[in-house]
Structures are given as C-alpha cells and as structure tokens.
Design a protein around this ligand. Sequence first.
Ligand SMILES: *[C@@H]1O[C@H](CO)[C@@H](O)[C@H](O)[C@H]1NC(C)=O
Ligand SMILES: *[C@@H]1O[C@H](CO)[C@@H](O)[C@H](O)[C@H]1NC(C)=O
Ligand SMILES: *[C@@H]1O[C@H](CO)[C@@H](O)[C@H](O)[C@H]1NC(C)=O
Ligand SMILES: [Cu+2]
Length: 741
Amino acid sequence: MMMESRLIALASAALPVLLLPGTSVAVRVGTKSKAADQTASASWSQDVSNGAFSDNSDFFSSTHGVFQTHPERGPYASRGGSGGSSSGGRGGGAGRNTFSTKSKHLNYRTSSTEELKKNPSLSSPEECARACREGEPPRICYYHFTLEYYTVLGAACQVCTPNATNTVSSHCQCVLADGVERGILTANRMVPGPSIQVCEGDKVVVDVENHMEGMEVTIHWHGVWQRGTQYYDGVPFVTQCPIQQGNTFRYQWVAGNAGTHFWHAHTGLQKMDGLYGSIAIRQPPSKDPNSNLYDFDLTTHVMLLSDWMHEDAAERFPGRLAVNTGQDPESLLINGKGQFRDPNTGFMTNTPLEVFTMTPGRRYRFRMINSFASVCPAQLTIQGHNLTLIATDGEPVHPVLVSTIISFSGERYDFVINADQAPTAYWIQLRGLGECGIRRVQQLAILRYARGPYQPSSNPPSYDYGIPQGVALNPLDAICNNRRNDAICINQLKNARDIDRGLLAERPDVKIFLPFRFHVYTPEDLFSPHTYDRHLVAPNGDHVISLIDEISYLSAPSPLLSQYDDINPDQFCNGDNIPPDCGQNCMCTHKIDIPLNAVVEVVLVDEVQQPNLSHPFHLHGYAFNVIGIGRSPDQNVKKINLKHALDLDRQGLLHRQFNLPPGKDTIAVPNNGYVVLRFRADNPGFWLFHCHFLFHIVIGMNLIFQVGSLSDLPPVPPNFPTCGDHKAEISLDIQNDYPKQ
Ligand SMILES: *[C@@H]1O[C@H](CO)[C@@H](O)[C@H](O)[C@H]1NC(C)=O
Ligand SMILES: *[C@@H]1O[C@H](CO)[C@@H](O)[C@H](O)[C@H]1NC(C)=O
Ligand SMILES: *[C@@H]1O[C@H](CO)[C@@H](O)[C@H](O)[C@H]1NC(C)=O
Ligand SMILES: [Cu+2]
C-alpha cells in the first residue's frame, strides 16, 4: 500500500527524488576458495539476521527518480527556476550554497563535486535527470568521472551496498557485479559508471580524470552526433590524444540528438573491464512521435546489458592456446548486477539481481543498451510480457510488438511494457547467443509490480528451458526480404521521422563497397624474426587480423582532427590507393574522403564467413538509414564476396527498400550477407566507422570517413593536448653530447 501511494505521488510531482529506505546491509565476503581459478573465488552474501534478500529488495526498486512524460496522465508539478532543487542532490543532500568554498591550497584528494560547488551555472547530474518540457531553458549538466583500477567485492562492500540502480551518481563505492571477485576499471567506483540523463538541447560537460596508473584512455559518447563538437567524440588518434595518466580532459558537447545512447572507453580493452555507462537524452513528449504509447520514462528503467569476464580482458589478448582460449565472456550483467553459477562446482553466488518495478495499469518506456564487448549477440526476453519497440539507436520507429529482442554490441532498443498482467514478479532473461551458446551464459533480472512479491514464483529460466518466445526482433538467420510471422528484421522497421528525400534517390552521390574479412597468418609468417605484427588468437586457434577492403586500420601517431599537418600523408590509404607492396596484411590509417553534404551509400559485405559471427558496424557522428539487409539470392553461391555483391548490384538484386528506412548508428551485417546503408554527409569531421566487437577494433576492423575538408571544421579548442612520435635526428657527435665536468 505504502509503495503504491509513494510511486504515484512521485509520478505526479514529476521530479527525480531519492526515496529509499535507510537500511544498511551487512556483507560477508568469503575467502578465496581452494578450487581452480575459474571458480567463484569470493562471494557476496547478506547477513542472515537482516532477513532474506527479498526483504531488502526495496533498495533496487524503481522508486528512485520517477517522472512522467505523458501529458494527459496527471499534471506536471511546476518547478521554480533552474538549479534550485533539493531532490537528494549531490553531497548527500547538502545544497550547493551550504558548502564552504574554502579549499586547501593544494588538494590532491580527487573530488567529483568541486567544480559544481565553484560554478553556480552548472547543474548536478540529479538536477539534469528530469522530465523535459517544451520551452524550458537548457541546462549545463556537469559530471566528473574519476577513472581508477578497482575491485569487485572490495572492502567498500563492508561499508554499504549500492542501493539505487542506474543512478547518475552513487554514494556507495561497493561494486558487486556477479559476485565473483576480480580487478576492474571504474568511473566513480561504479559498474556501470555514472549515468548521463539530460534533456535534448542541454550541454553536457564531463571532466574525465585519469587515475589508472600507466594507462591512457578516451571516452566515446556512443550515439551522440557531436555536431560542432567534433573534438569531443573520444576516438584516440582520430579526434584527440589519449588522456594520460594523471591528466583531466574536459569533454563538452550539446545533447543534440535525443535517444538512448551510452558512453564507453574507446582505448584498448578497457571497456570490457567496466568503463561504460548509459546516456539518456530525453525530449518533451510533443517531440517524441511515440510518447502516446507510454506513461512513464523512469531514470531507473534503463537496462544496460554487458558481458563480463572473471579476469582482465587483456588476459585474452592476443589470446591463449590452452586455458581460457578465445574471448568469450564467463558471465553477463544487467545494470552491473547478476549472479554466477560456476559450471564446474555448481556453486552459485547470491548477489542481488536487478529489479525493475512497475505500477499495475501503467505503461513504461524501457531503454535497453547492448554494451557487450564480445562477439555474442544478446537475447532479452521478459516472462509474460510482450515488448512494443519504439526506437532503435535513438531513432524512433513505427511501433511493433515483439516477444524477444536480439541485439549486438553497440545497439540500443527502446520498448514499452504494459503493466497489464497479474501484479506479481516476472523473470527477465538475458542469453548470450552465438559463441556464447557454448558456455550457455545467461543472466536474470526481475520485473515486478509494485505491491506484489519481489521474487517470481516460477523457477528461474535456464539457458535451454527459457521463457517461451513468439516474435523475435532481429533474427540471426537474416531472412529479411519478406514478411514473416516469427520475426521482424531491422530493415522491416519503419522510420517514424521524416526522411531526407535525397537519401531515397535511386543513385547516391557516393557509393562505397566495403568487404571485410580476416587474414589468417601461418605461424611461420607471424613469428618470423624481427617482425612483430599484431594479431588475435581466435577461439579455433587461428592467428588473425581484420581487413576492411583489404586494409587493416592502424592508428596515426597524432589525431587527424587536431594535428592533421603533423601526420605524414603516406600514413593514409584506402582501397583506391593501396601502397605498393603493402602485402596480405596491409596496415595504414584507412581513410575515405567524402564531400560535405554528399548522399553516401555504403554496402558492407561479410567475407569473414563464420556461421555464428555477424559483425555490428558503428558509425560515429551520424545515424544512417538501413536500406537493405540480406544474403545472396543465388542458391549456388555458398559464400558471398565483393565480386558477387557487385554482380548482384549490377543486376539490381541487392535488396533495397525505400519506404521509411529506419535510422540507426549500429547495424549487424549478417554472416555471409550484406547490409546497405545511407546517410547524408552533413556533419564535417573525421568519423570512425568500425566493427563494434572490442577484440576486432584492436586488430584493425576500423576506418575513417573524412567528411568535408579541414576548412569546414570549427577551430581546435584552445590548449588542446597534442601528441606524436619523437624521432629526432641521431646525433653523431658523442663528445659534445656528454658534457664533461
Ligand atoms: C544508500 O547508501 C548510502 C551509503 O552508501 C546511505 O548513506 C544511504 O542512507 C542509503 N540510502 C538508503 C535509503 O538506504
Ligand atoms: C504476446 O504476443 C503473442 C503473439 O505474438 C501472443 O500470442 C501473446 O498472447 C502475447 N502475450 C501477451 C502477454 O500479451
Ligand atoms: C553456433 O552457436 C551455437 C550455439 O549458439 C552452437 O550450438 C553451434 O555449434 C555453433 N555453430 C558453429 C558452426 O560454430
Ligand atoms: Cu568484427
């Protein structure tokens, strides 16, 4: 009863409010088990005297940060001026003005609130996570990320357990993950890191303070177009120099395109060790064509899906031959939470699962983010509930009803759940498909109705006996040319926004075919004296690098965007311009030039040819329209390749459809198939286009689109950090080089 009235009261207040019971939970951390290192070596459990897990689950309920976006269902409470809220804000509720502005002359303690205290024009993360209304002035939303080496189940878990989900910040520094102890990387000691939740048009300022000893980093804001703020796209050696250890880099960009996005490290393998978090850019209901379909869009109904290893991702790169081969995850997480069942011992951790709460009779927008790093597709199914898909990668679509969603690394799907079933608790099942089917990795979460129980009454679904499924979104078989009853392909979704007519013209201004494949080294080749070529040891033991259009991308020594003139032009190449004798493993900074405002068509052709592997390509700086997805219609062609794709195109047999093609920024190319996409190149800059699988990025499955020329770009921000090689002349004058006493 209490629960219910609270929820409603909050909803009509339209304010993000911290409202959580003030209980604390004692934690026992187990000692290292004697078993092999792949067992759950430490586990999390609650003190029995505090009652069962379900009694404490209020901590994870959705009563935090409730607001309403549907105009008809109750009025918005009016809210005076900007920044005046006391809604559980920073510093444990202390208002900005109550802080002493005195600080020590030199303060080496890192603080995430210093800047907020100093600068009254900034809004806190909590103030920015609000309902968006037309005509409201934009805010400047300030975030501070301190990046560190950190630990799952560290001593912080004796102090507190995280007690609100998806939060923009947390007072608790305990990371539970799936209950298995390991070293990780964190932003503000949270996994996922802080959530950025703002309104369209707000300015987002993020100070990234790098305290990861010996590591450099950049953060990419995946899905944010960065129009006019190209320098803050976060791609190392393309848009900026990596942030050195001990340095702080201030990202600032306008939240120009609404939708569900996310941020993640774009350097090395750090993303998979914990450096990611959600971004939700909301808009006034009048601007969302699907706002009539839901009543609530809660800060807590972000569903960030990630894959998780029990060791550093770098342990698997380039990869091993005997123990822990390949790059597949041991586990999955939903909003950084989950449990892990050790396949060898059967031992199960008892960390809390993520819980999403709904009030009966209402309709809820969920924002699902696939933050996987591995090659496994993710399948999300919710017991007893169908999902009304309303947007993908931030772009709205005509609503379609599905029962299960298959997604790939980098994709986002927004859906509505109608709380119209018996008011109890339901399982949410997340399965890893493809290669993850071998280990049968899955994770669970709970969807519950307010006032109902916390635990579903049915047994948890297992990998093989899951929740019954009906219509699947994004089927792996890529049979997408015709309507079917059991699945909806991405190219069959209909864009809910107006489409630039130029994109629908038969002939684009620029047409680019991009076949991609692996090059497999022989050991003799790879390990020949004095050569040190990078490579990945695939699960089958092959030593490979990635090629797009026969080129493996190599970073330039300096960022193209800010130090173009420092780069030797010989560094660049592309399919029309491959250096002589570049060999089978041609490596250079793959750059394709595109005139500003051109209509561009890209045809991606999968020449990798592995049955369980579909590569998701992500474009920075844009959303594109998905014009076609398919495989060769020629039954005699067992394996598609560039030549065959060109033939099909000449014969008009590459499937294209121009009726409201959906907008996206990440699309999986079906294995042995192709994707046709288009965009208007109206955002000048250097934009990375790449496979979003983490271990493929580091072996070269990237390229850069240079849109427009340098003169189309805004000036380099003042004092922008620089970097590059140091290769001074070798001085031959030894006498003078070593001054004598
Ligand atoms: C949440 O945790 C913090 C400490 O981590 C604690 O101070 C606060 O009281 C907790 N809130 C509730 C409602 O339990
Ligand atoms: C979900 O949709 C399927 C049809 O695809 C239907 O059979 C089923 O009853 C629906 N389930 C609910 C809970 O509405
Ligand atoms: C593809 O993945 C499935 C599990 O999802 C597995 O059963 C099957 O053997 C795999 N096929 C190949 C060719 O690897
Ligand atoms: Cu790939």
